[in-house]
Design a protein around this ligand. Structure first.
Ligand code: NI
Length: 179
């Protein structure tokens, strides 16, 4: 396994629409190795999730996992998930704003509105069809990662740039505001 290099904003790969993965290629050693590397890279950098375009591969694969993540200490647990060719359908019009960060926009945090309840249809890393409902933080992470496959980053989804903050200032004034 290998730690992959993470693309930062300005790299055109982050703005491309990613290619679907042919289902028959999911089981190939090359694709399986790539998925292992994507997960390992996500864990190495304490990402809640990572999308293939963020490691310079314009294909529709994302991974996410949230469990005792130092970058998101208060977040609810989300099991390790790999989605291939995902499709997200909002199940209500309700959206909630909360803070997000992204390994491709290091040190930035901003408040992003996301649907609180979505249906996720995708293939898993064995090629099996997934179809389930995700809520709250799980839904947020999935929307953030799947946006990368559309060439979108969280800045594009913010209603206003007013909350945008560098991480040290976010930590000082938002996460643990002084008395
Ligand atoms: Ni991201």
């Amino acid at each position: 396994m290998a730690i992959l290099k993470v693309a930062h904003l300005g790299n055109p790969v982050l703005r491309k629409v990613a290619e679907p993965v042919p289902p028959e290629s999911i089981g190939s050693p090359e694709t399986q190795r790539f998925i292992d590397d994507l997960i390992e890279t996500m864990m190495e950098y304490d990402g809640a999730g990572l999308a293939a375009p963020q490691v310079h591969v314009s294909r529709q694969i994302v991974s996410f996992q949230v469990e005792g993540n130092p970058r998101y200490p208060d977040a609810e647990t989300v099991p390790l998930t790999v989605l291939i060719n995902p499709k997200i359908t909002p199940l209500s019009t309700a959206m909630e704003e909360d803070w997000e960060g992204c390994l491709s926009l290091p040190d930035l945090r901003g408040k992003v509105p996301r649907y609180t309840q979505i249906r996720i249809e995708a293939l898993d890393r064995t090629g099996k069809a997934l179809n389930y409902v995700a809520r709250n933080f799980h839904a947020r992470v999935a929307q953030h990662e799947c946006d990368h496959l559309l060439g979108k980053v969280f800045l594009d989804r913010m209603r206003s740039m007013e909350s945008l903050a560098f991480f040290p200032e976010f930590a000082r004034y938002v996460a643990a505001p002084e008395e």
